[in-house]
Design a protein around this ligand. Structure first.
Ligand code: GRF
Length: 201
């Protein structure tokens, strides 16, 4: 399997996937990492591993559709079986998400459908939640709304702030994302008519 990973920042989820691939846990190749922002940590991680990297700066495009069209062309040049959004902070057009339906995953730091959007940890704290977590889902036209593949739940502790809670959630991110990608590359996971199907071993 060929995987293209899209990032916008530090790339800790990218690193978790790279580690799982090099440990032989995921039988696939990350063939390219594409960022919409230059000089971010995730690009350095990919370069150090010899993975092709590209920057597509969204500010250089007239509008969202133009950026998405250029991004799709760059992605398709690598002929991926799976596109992984890993800390990719762009809202994607329905034309783009439709193009990769069933073969694009995203990770969102909340127990969806709760807390779609940004600043999820602070919002969970402000709401007095006692539990929070992370969701890996197939990407659809609905922002942070696609069918869930896997979730991990963590406790919210009384002395938590957004940073300590985010750290606890990120620990789970780095466990569940490689697992979801592993299932997909083993053809055990698929999206059909909006439903997630996971075949046992
Ligand atoms: C993480 O909180 C992740 O949940 C969200 O983006 C943040 C940064 O991810 N999708 P990464 O460290 O760049 O992988």
């Amino acid at each position: 399997h060929r995987i293209v990973v899209l990032i916008s920042g530090s790339g800790t989820n990218l690193q978790a996937l790279m580690d799982a691939v090099s440990a032989g846990e995921i039988a696939a190749d990350i063939v390219a990492v594409i960022s919409n922002r230059p000089a971010v940590g995730g690009l350095t991680r990919a370069e150090q591993a010899g993975i092709a990297t590209e920057v597509l700066d969204h500010k250089q495009f007239a509008d969202r559709a133009a950026f998405d069209a250029a991004l799709a062309d760059r992605i398709d040049a690598y002929q991926p079986d799976l596109v992984v959004l890993a800390g990719f902070m762009r809202i994607l057009t329905p034309a783009f998400t439709g193009r990769y339906a069933g073969r694009m995953l995203n990770i969102h730091p909340s127990l969806l459908p709760a807390y779609q959007g940004l600043a999820t940890h602070q919002r969970a704290l402000d709401a007095g939640e006692t539990a929070h977590g992370v969701t890996v889902h197939f990407v659809t036209a609905e922002l942070d709304g696609g069918p869930s593949v896997i979730q991990a739940k963590v406790p919210v502790l009384t002395d938590d702030n957004a940073e300590s809670l985010a750290k606890r959630v990120q620990q789970q991110e780095h466990i569940v994302y490689p697992l979801a990608v592993k299932w997909f590359t083993e053809s055990r996971l698929r999206l059909s008519e909006g439903q997630v199907w996971l075949d046992n071993e």
